[in-house]
Design a protein. Structure first.
Lengths: 143, 143
DNA sequence: GTATCTGCAAAACATTTGCAATTCT
DNA sequence: AGAATTGCAAATGTTTTGCAGATAC
């Protein structure tokens, strides 16, 4: 866990330029506690039990603002659902097609991709890089 | 290009267990010629000009059946759209945030991930592995 | 008091499905 | 003929948006 208490979450959000509303604090707390890469709907369904007035739109909008601020990252590991990860450090994700669990794995070196000796049976690899291509970089459109 | 003519595409589809309907042949031909990782909508919009009767549902369903047969692969590089790639060999994809182009890159070794000396500026890395985790493998539920 | 944020409902999309008509073998 | 495929329209599911009311600074 990244945060010790709600006050830490509030200060964190303030530092990121976001008002620490009750809903935002609870969503971020949820992501800090449940590091299972949940979907927006899973977050909503879980939070609505303790925060009955929360709406789905707020969950979606909040998650988007967290992504924009670099607080969390979106995972597109499955085509029909977005998942969210409070760990924004580069690391790989392994989804088991039997139990459905998504594991975090180190990305240090090539060996980790092949997962020699770890018992993970890799059937499919997707590597998506984003940034600026050599042509656009040379055109100096950006820095 | 993988195919020399339409006859080759037809035979290929037959070998994969799919009837070589005109629509399927044209969709596969399009993916073979336009290796730009198009979306279903881009394929539809382009094909409907020469095949006016083609429907979007057919494009979607055909792409799905191609994926199931292992003829093409789905890319979830962007959250709001599925893209398709006729190259099913494992390789990385680099999307430029300026021009939007998606490049194919080799995945051989770690160096390619960091793209030293290639001029690609990597700002974000997503590595998604799918398969069977050690727990499910040990339970012997599958082989 | 003014900005920002929330909840609701509706809208916007992409994708899937049911089914009758068509096409292939 | 019989099986598979298509096109249409409707359904589905996820995410976004408009706006009035509520909340925070």
């Amino acid at each position: 866990m990244m945060f010790k208490n709600l006050e830490e979450i509030k200060n964190f959000l303030r530092r990121k330029g976001l008002q620490p509303s009750f809903q935002r604090v609870k969503i971020l707390e949820f992501l800090d506690i449940h590091r299972t890469h949940p979907t927006a709907d899973e977050i909503f369904k879980s939070l609505v039990r303790t925060v009955p007035t929360i709406s789905k739109a707020t969950v979606y909008n909040t998650l988007r603002s967290f992504v924009e601020k670099g607080i969390i990252q979106e995972l597109t590991i499955e085509e029909n659902e977005l998942r969210y990860d409070i760990n924004t450090q580069p690391h790989a994700h392994f989804k088991c097609r039997v139990c459905g669990k998504i594991y975090d794995l180190p990305l240090e070196d090539c060996e980790s991709l092949l997962l020699k000796g770890t018992g993970f049976r890799v059937e499919k690899i997707d590597v998506y890089l984003k940034g600026i291509c050599p042509i656009c970089a040379k055109k100096g459109k950006i820095n």
